[in-house]
Design a protein around this ligand. Sequence first.
Ligand code: 2E6
Ligand code: F3S
Length: 322
Amino acid sequence: MTAEGRVLLAAPRGYCAGVDRAVVTVEKALDHYGPPVYVRKQIVHNRHVVETLEKRGAIFVEELDEVPEDALVVFSAHGVSPAVQTEAAERGLRTIDATCPLVTKVHNEARRFAKDDLDIVLIGHEGHEEVEGTSGEAPEHIQLVQNPADVENVEVRDPSRVVWLSQTTLSVDETYETVDRLRDRFPDLMSPPSDDICYATQNRQVAIKEVAAESELVLVVGSANSSNSVRLVEVALEAGADAAYRVDSASEIDESWLEGVSTVGLTSGASVPEELVSGVVGWLAERGYPHVEEHRTTEESLIFSLPRELRKDLKGSNAAVS
Ligand code: 2E6
Ligand code: F3S
């Protein structure tokens, strides 16, 4: 490779407001209450974030029965079903809910539409924690559709009383394909009052689309279980990149991917710390890609305040509340 190689860095990329809030919640809980702080599921779907918090005293568990009596447990950014909230209350556990407010918005929609007795089609991926949490709000009203082909299997009580909702981190284009097919089957299909696919998911997809159109290779930094990161790989390929790969960090990049590549597009999922992207930029610079251009499609300024239960305790101790 000659020294002409360039890196097109997509922006926005990396941390969204909900991830920042969730990670800071665990950090501040560790500082304020002291370890151990239990966290149900990965606080966000990033290996590096989880390992870093583990070193500081966070204990990640799959279910609440792994949390001892009187312990403090944080619910992850992806949300929990009412059944999990009830279980925590019945066990008298102290809880802090780090569910992203934009996931909570979808829960509220599910509750409201179930109260109106509508059939709810939730577009999302089976087994994902967010889908489990949202479905748990109204299991008897919600059915899951994972992709456009699934639409033919949907059965409803009254075709004129159907609404769709979605997971927050899906491919925008594929979701609207699914919605179009739903509307073909149910012309009176109702929509959520505002987008369920969140601003961060949308912004990262718009940015990587533009970058991918100019890149032979796209690298997406993010963990394998991070839905929004995996979607960025798919979107990059759809947008014209010859190849696109997801890596947790620079150490996972295969040098053979660079053969014949003059422009590398680079982005990261919403749960990815910027230091991992910097690591990839450094790795590429050492291999003939020293020029870095940022390609920004929009600015982001959203910030969420910390969970109420944590803010209250921090205030009581005069600690900084951000
Ligand atoms: C919570 C809700 C949505 O797998 P997914 O993309 O959902 O999750 P993360 O943790 O990779 O991204 C942030 C997030 C948290 N997105
Ligand atoms: Fe929330 Fe979207 Fe981030 S739902 S956690 S702002 S990816």
